[in-house]
Design a protein around this ligand. Structure first.
Ligand code: DCP
Ligand code: MG
Length: 376
């Protein structure tokens, strides 16, 4: 009613970096539908339509009320014809036939399963689908397939990895990471980023940024940390990507820029004390297979030079859509190029230094947005 109208009266930005998006989503019914559509377009490699639905989803997540009538979306940006039609259908029917169709689509269902495996993207899914494969079980059973080391780990720990990481598990892993890193570099700064920094209480992985204040850099840190975990039997998988950063090189203008930091995509073994130890004793008495007392957890470790740390923090905190909009805003509204390493002012032809995320927002002429308001 009145609340909605007064809200609409204040102009809503098309950029999620000029909005506040908390986890309190009043329009889940719509945004879930948009995300299914976006994912289906991603599987079809239709980036334009995919982005259109992701932007609409982000926008509805930022509204402080539930959309119940078409009037509620009047004057809002990011609502094209496709999106408008979908909203109308959901308002009128309570659900969308288009979304239902996608959810029942053979190709969508197969791609959904395949891409849920660590190391499997749209390209690989396409290949498997063309071979006639439809489920994760069928892929697993096909012994002729040549799987990457990453995909092998993905199938080996599939059950653990699809069950999401909890906040408690993230905290437990955080302690392990901090302890190990600080045993080699006592002054190192270890920060949890990604969804957990935005206040989410579940995630598909745990992301960490590591930096060492001062001039000292240790190119060997990541190797030392993972070698120790290997010795301790905690490392189930590890792929270290060496840094490819070139100083003075202009930031990448890609929409989804992969950064150049040294990083490690790992799977850690997190021991979990069993709540019910009677099952344990019982299974041992009965000579049953030992009860698994650990869970495989996906962990990303990223090492950044100290002076790039605020940019890396901003990029890795996400959300993905928030990051995309920050870069789009920088390019289109400020003639600047933003990536996870820095900010380049094309008019002044200089890199802008920043000691904190707040300073980056200030360079861009944006009001500061707290991490928990970046759930776009
Ligand atoms: N990111 C980035 N550069 C990469 C990979 C990711 O800047 N090469 C950013 C975008 C994401 C954030 O880092 O918002 C974390 O990536 P995740 O895929 O882990 O996403 P989230 O942590 O937001 O979600 P989830 O809860 O699924 O882990
Ligand atoms: Mg994450």
């Amino acid at each position: 009613g009145i609340q909605n109208e007064s809200f609409i009266a204040t102009k809503v930005s098309q950029y999620s970096c000029q909005r506040k998006t908390t986890l309190n989503n009043y329009n889940k019914k719509f945004t879930d539908a948009f995300e299914v559509m976006a994912e289906n377009y991603e599987f079809k490699e239709n980036e334009i339509f995919c982005l259109e639905f992701l932007r609409a989803s982000s926008l509805l997540k930022s509204l402080p009320f539930s959309v119940t009538r078409m009037k509620d979306i009047q004057g809002l940006p990011c609502v094209g014809d496709q999106v408008r039609d979908l909203i109308e259908e959901i308002i009128e029917e309570g659900e969308s036939s288009k979304v239902k169709e996608v959810l029942n689509d053979e190709r969508y269902k197969a791609f959904k399963q395949f891409t849920s495996v660590f190391g499997v993207g749209v390209k690989t899914s396409e290949k498997w689908y063309r071979m006639g494969l439809r489920t994760v079980e069928e892929v697993k059973a096909d012994k002729t397939l040549k799987l990457s080391k990453m995909q092998k780990a993905g199938f080996l720990y599939y059950e653990d990895l699809v069950s999401c990481v909890s906040k408690a598990e993230a905290d437990a892993v955080s302690l392990i990471v901090k302890n190990t890193v600080c045993s080699f570099l006592p002054d190192a700064l270890v920060t949890i980023t990604g969804g957990f920094r935005r206040g989410k209480n579940i995630g598909h992985d745990i992301d960490f940024l590591i930096t060492n204040p001062g001039p000292r850099e240790d190119d060997e840190l990541l190797h030392k940390v993972t070698d120790l975990w290997k010795k301790q039997g905690l490392l189930l998988y590890c792929d270290i990507i060496e840094s490819t950063f070139v100083k003075e090189q202009l930031p990448s203008r890609q929409v989804d820029a992969m950064d150049h930091f040294q990083k490690c995509f790992a799977i850690l073994k997190l021991y979990q004390p069993r709540v019910d130890n009677s099952t344990c004793t019982m299974s041992k008495k009965l000579g049953m297979a030992e009860v698994k007392d650990w869970k495989a957890i996906r962990v990303d470790l990223v090492i950044t030079p100290f002076e790039q740390y605020p940019y890396a923090l901003l990029g890795w905190t996400g959300s993905r859509q928030f990051g995309r909009d920050l870069r789009r805003y920088a390019a289109h509204e400020r003639k600047m190029i933003l990536d996870n390493h820095g900010l380049y002012d094309r008019r002044k032809r200089i890199f802008l230094k920043a000691g904190s995320e707040e300073e980056i927002f200030a360079h861009l002429g944006l009001d500061y947005v707290e991490p928990w308001e970046r759930n776009a």
